[in-house]
Design a protein around this ligand. Structure first.
Ligand code: FES
Length: 123
């Protein structure tokens, strides 16, 4: 099996100092963005696309966590998601998941490790 190509995001130390990062990506040939964050000592990434009304989670506020810091929260209508799985906890979309993006940390650098992910071309 072919290994996924690694695309560098940032040093882990830098990610640990911020609430989250957003990166423009192309996933399965669709331009979008990725959310990348640390939670409980692990790194996670999801396509920044809320299944409720197809908006980015940080579309209305520069934040992706609720006030407790326990759940991801879409700033459009407040739906919440389990950070470790991307599973929606709000009734309308209960059980649906944000699209997970695989990550790897190698020598202190966080990488996307997702075969359907590319960086957008520079304009
Ligand atoms: S678009 Fe995310 S909660 Fe409605």
């Amino acid at each position: 099996m072919q290994a996924n190509k690694l695309i560098a995001i940032c040093p882990l130390e830098a990610l640990q100092k911020v609430s989250y990062l957003s990166r423009p990506i192309v996933f399965k040939k669709q331009p979008c963005s990725a959310l990348v964050f640390c939670f409980d000592g692990q790194v996670y990434s999801y396509v920044n696309h809320c299944m409720h009304m197809h908006r980015p989670l940080n579309g209305e506020q520069d934040a992706i966590f609720d006030d407790s810091g326990r759940y991801l929260r879409c700033s459009m209508h407040g739906f919440v998601f389990e950070p470790t799985t991307g599973e929606c906890q709000s009734p309308v979309c209960l059980g649906q998941h944000l699209q997970t993006l695989r990550l790897q940390v190698v020598d202190g650098i966080v990488y996307f490790a997702e075969k359907h992910l590319q960086l957008p071309d520079c304009p």
